[in-house]
Design a protein around this ligand. Structure first.
Ligand code: NAG
Ligand code: NAG
Ligand code: NAG
Ligand code: NAG
Ligand code: NAG
Ligand code: NAG
Ligand code: NAG
Ligand code: NAG
Ligand code: NAG
Ligand code: NAG
Length: 550
């Protein structure tokens, strides 16, 4: 944003510079700091001829190389990224702009299929070398908009569906992802690598996936903006599944405006994912909703009991104080706070007692993973269903079941399910929607006349939105203070909480009304800019900037 006035003067005037093999940096150019750069800054800089997509790819690859041993945020990088960037630079010089992400490097979670030289494995050796039939729908859309798929981000293996007690952000192939705000800090998950990469600028933007909080939770702990869209806006075709009833794909970015841009590109119907055929006729122009005044005159509900039910978060003084402060900030930005505004499904005792994702996930995973595997063109490990995957882990226990990550209990439960034509399962699917949506988010918004709900993103407060299929957005809020003692978890291998680790604020809204919700979250982000209040520690901060590679 800072450099826009200067660059706008240069628009169109310097296109020839980009075509020259060796340039010096034009005098009027201010190169954006890649730690915080927005897509708009990067696009404007390329358009003004200050730098190229090749420069960006070189800089981001160097940044990954600098910190990946510390953070393990990236599993693989794209061997063709520089070549793709060079072609996009040539096209730009010829006046051909593919779309709003022309030349923008993107990292996608390793469970999102890419039909290129890269592997798509959900972090597991069981899928190493497997050949996907085509790009995932979201990847196809990103490429069509001019994006460069720079690499695959590390994750909690299988999107954290295998067994309990496995550490957040660990995968057999990618190792242990680590929080850039505290050495060996917990990242939460499962889109851990995507959130870490966005936080310290290892790509312009990233994609994650979210079944039960996997975009929101790591965004919360990495100080970045993340959207879990309404289930049905974005196709899951080509994404390694967990549960068709809850899987979504969403952007994780430093800034709200970047998430809006990415969501606009990846949304839309796709016949390969029939849940997307239920979406409204027109995909919203999310970027039109980015209004700093969006909170003015709005009513924001605070369902205290959802928060209170979560004993860990409720009893954490850092979270409670910061959350209450955020309500004053929201009021200061022109909204009316309705507090308490309790959810009918919480007051009636259904939440959290009757939330029944266990059987839904177990039943769906067994069916959905088999369908996914059946579409692959080649699977060198020979796995064709869940039972094969369980046996693969046992046969390769040294890789897949090391001492501290030695659990696949959820898979054994899933393997024992008997299909989706099961009345208990169908009743559970219905009950989750009822608790989360009908008697949850929608009932609360109706009852109190609210435009959105806010909750701390910490704890298990994301559950209410993820079982509802409703949108939820994380915005940076605050950080654990220096006075908090770093607490060793996972047998002393990681820390949480710890001084400086961030946490966020969640905005929850009505099904399909993601665009309006995004506007509110944007107004909060712009009105507070909490992201800028803390930085990653030194060893987790990449130093390479555009000037170093030009
Ligand atoms: C994908 O996995 C294969 C092993 O099957 C490996 O040889 C190759 O380098 C991987 N691709 C990338 C881009 O790392
Ligand atoms: C999607 O298609 C499947 C199989 O054809 C069908 O069972 C299911 O009801 C459809 N779902 C939706 C949401 O349309
Ligand atoms: C939370 O604390 C309350 C009161 O101490 C207790 O009744 C309840 O069982 C706890 N809930 C959980 C999920 O631990
Ligand atoms: C936050 O505000 C609520 C409602 O006013 C109050 O009950 C609670 O004690 C406050 N929490 C903290 C940590 O101040
Ligand atoms: C909710 O759970 C309670 C306790 O397990 C049970 O008695 C009740 O029948 C459940 N309600 C519904 C609607 O399933
Ligand atoms: C998975 O379940 C099937 C029965 O549906 C059984 O034959 C198989 O042995 C099970 N696999 C494992 C690894 O337990
Ligand atoms: C439904 O699935 C559950 C869990 O696998 C199982 O216990 C139950 O017997 C199944 N019900 C029917 C009617 O098959
Ligand atoms: C942190 O640990 C020290 C030493 O054990 C203790 O004195 C202090 O009270 C702890 N601080 C907090 C906030 O728990
Ligand atoms: C946990 O750490 C202790 C002490 O460092 C060690 O003795 C124990 O084997 C570890 N447990 C596991 C499961 O690795
Ligand atoms: C790109 C990259 O650095 N990949 C690394 C991911 O983590 C594994 C396991 O630690 C390394 O072997 C890869 O080199």
């Amino acid at each position: 944003m800072r450099i826009l006035p200067i660059l706008s003067l240069l628009l169109g005037a310097t296109a020839t510079l980009a075509a020259q093999p060796k340039r010096h940096i034009p005098r009027h150019c201010v190169l954006p700091d890649l730690y915080d750069a927005s897509v708009k800054e990067l696009s404007n800089g390329m358009e003004a001829g200050c730098f190229t997509a090749v420069d960006l790819v070189k800089a981001y690859l160097a940044r990954i190389g600098e910190v990946n041993e510390e953070l393990h945020a990236v599993i693989e990088t794209n061997p063709d990224a520089l070549e793709i960037a060079a072609q996009l630079d040539k096209d730009r010089a010829a006046g051909i702009i593919w779309g709003p992400l022309h030349g923008i490097p993107v990292l996608v979670k390793d469970n999102i299929g890419t039909a290129d030289k890269m592997n798509t494995t959900a972090g597991s050796y069981a899928l190493l070398g497997s050949i996907v039939p085509r790009d995932a729908h979201v990847v196809k859309k990103l490429r069509a908009a001019g994006a460069i798929i720079l690499g695959k981000a590390n994750l909690s293996e299988w999107a954290y569906y295998r067994g309990s007690g496995i550490s957040n952000g660990w995968s057999a192939r990618g190792g242990q992802t680590s929080n850039p705000y505290y050495p060996k800090g917990d990242t939460w998950g499962s889109s851990s690598g995507s959130a870490v990469a966005a936080a310290v600028g290892l790509a312009a933007v990233t994609l994650g996936s979210d079944t039960g909080g996997s975009v929101i939770c790591p965004s919360d702990r990495q100080n970045v903006f993340g959207i879990r869209p309404t289930l049905g806006w974005v196709s899951r075709a080509g994404v390694v599944p967990l549960s068709e009833h809850q899987d979504t794909v969403g952007p994780i970015t430093r800034w709200a405006a970047d998430s809006a841009l990415v969501l606009e590109i990846i949304s839309g119907p796709d016949y390969r994912d029939n849940y997307t055929l239920a979406q409204p006729d027109v995909v919203p122009r999310y970027t039109y909703y980015l209004d700093e005044h969006a909170l003015e005159g709005k009513r924001i509900c605070v369902p205290r009991q959802v928060f209170n039910q979560d004993n860990v978060t409720h009893n954490d003084p850092s979270i409670g104080v910061a959350f209450n402060k955020s309500l004053l900030e929201i009021a200061g930005l022109g909204a009316t706070i309705v507090d308490p505004a309790d959810m009918p499904s919480v007051l009636s005792g259904l939440y959290p007692a009757n939330v029944s994702t266990g059987l839904v996930f177990a039943t769906d995973f067994k069916v959905d993973i088999k369908n996914y595997l059946s579409e692959l063109l080649d699977i060198p490990t020979g796995v064709h269903d869940l039972s094969d995957l369980i046996e693969f882990n046992i046969a390769h226990a040294d890789l897949e079941l090391p001492q501290l990550q030695n659990n696949q209990a959820s898979w054994l439960t899933a393997n024992a399910t008997n299909g989706q034509d099961n009345s208990t399962y169908l009743a559970d699917v219905w009950l989750d929607y009822y608790i989360g949506r009908t008697a949850g988010i929608h009932a609360t918004l109706d009852k109190y006349g609210c435009d959105a709900i806010v909750l701390p993103s910490e704890g298990r407060t994301t559950t209410i939105a993820t079982i509802a299929g409703c949108p939820i957005i994380n915005v940076p809020l605050s950080y654990y203070p220096d006075t908090v003692n770093a607490t060793a978890i996972h047998n002393g291998t990681q820390f949480f909480p710890a001084p400086g680790i961030p946490f966020g604020l969640s905005f929850l809204g009505r099904q399909w009304e993601d665009a309006g919700l995004l506007g509110l979250a944007y107004a909060y982000e712009q009105g507070t800019k909490h992201r800028l209040e803390n930085k990653a520690y030194k060893k987790a901060t990449p130093k390479t900037q555009l000037a170093d590679v030009m």
